[in-house]
Design a protein around this ligand. Structure first.
Ligand SMILES: NC(=O)c1ccc[n+]([C@@H]2O[C@H](COP(=O)([O-])OP(=O)(O)OC[C@H]3O[C@@H](n4cnc5c(N)ncnc54)[C@H](OP(=O)(O)O)[C@@H]3O)[C@@H](O)[C@H]2O)c1
Length: 238
């Protein structure tokens, strides 16, 4: 019997690679995103494994699409939220702030809430979301992106506490990548840029271990420690 997973934001990057790994590990995988052709090409590779659903995560009826996808899959054990947007915004353009919040904050919360309730009713499940190391501190070049990732980190911690206190069999894994070589890796001075395949492999092992959180790649944990201890008077000049 296949386990059932949905990867929200599976058309490219980390989500796509995770969907590929899940397909090889015996899952039936629901894949979503706006770019239909990129979903179709995956379905063509393994029509019995992938079930596509084309929609924008920020759309009004996103949860209706997810519900339909669960019905097509015949259940749900794992939901991965890899949909995300992040533009540099040094000029503090409101349109970028709005777009970031629509997806990374509002759509994220909506999907997480829906999946949490689904798993609560079912009695078990696993929620995974790709936040970012960017959520640990503010950013002068992308303030709303970093703030949205801080929101995700905090929200996931809240869901984890809620599940634990209610003794629910719901695992919540917060994935915090550094740089991964996708469209999303923006800005100057990138380093330790991981290929998406490597990132997805490490994310998958953290998922299997039902880890609360994981830095991707592993060495980014060092940067996380440094970021957390840097005093404000130093950080604000960097
Ligand atoms: N790459 C990095 O260095 C890095 C570092 C830290 C965290 N992250 C996080 O990792 C996650 C995945 O990003 P990625 O690096 O894999 O980049 P990516 O290749 O650009 O993937 C982003 C995914 O989000 C989907 N998406 C974007 N807007 C959407 C919308 N409105 N509705 C539905 N789907 C939407 C895209 O699909 P469609 O365009 O087809 O809709 C795509 O599948 C993001 O949350 C990002 O913040 C990335």
């Amino acid at each position: 019997m296949h386990k059932k997973a949905i990867v929200v934001g599976a058309t490219s990057g980390i989500g796509r690679e995770l969907a590929q790994i899940l397909s090889r590990k015996g899952y039936k995988v629901g894949i979503t995103g706006r770019r239909e052709a990129l979903l179709t090409s995956q379905v063509n590779e393994a029509p019995d494994i992938f079930v596509p659903k084309v929609f924008d995560s920020t759309a009004e009826n996103a949860l209706g699409h997810l519900q339909e996808l669960v019905e097509k899959l015949g259940g749900l054990d794992l939901l991965v939220f890899s949909s995300g947007t992040g533009e540099l915004n040094e000029r503090l353009q409101d349109a970028i702030v709005q777009e970031t919040n629509q997806l990374n904050v509002l759509a994220f919360s909506k999907v997480m809430g829906w999946a949490f309730h689904y798993f609560q009713k079912q009695g078990h499940g696993h929620l995974v979301a790709i936040s970012s190391i960017a959520g640990l501190r503010g950013s002068g070049i992308a303030p709303s992106y970093n703030a949205s990732k801080a929101y995700q980190i905090n929200y996931l911690e809240g869901l984890r506490q809620k599940a634990t206190k209610a003794k629910l069999q719901i695992a919540v894994t917060d994935v915090r990548p550094g740089f991964v070589d996708t469209q999303m890796a923006k800005g100057e001075g990138k380093f330790w840029v991981a290929p998406p395949q490597k990132a997805a492999k490490q994310i998958f092992s953290a998922m299997i271990g039902k880890k609360d959180r994981v830095y991707i790649t592993k060495r980014w944990r060092l940067i996380a420690i440094i970021l957390k201890i840097l005093p404000t008077w130093v950080y604000k000049r960097m």
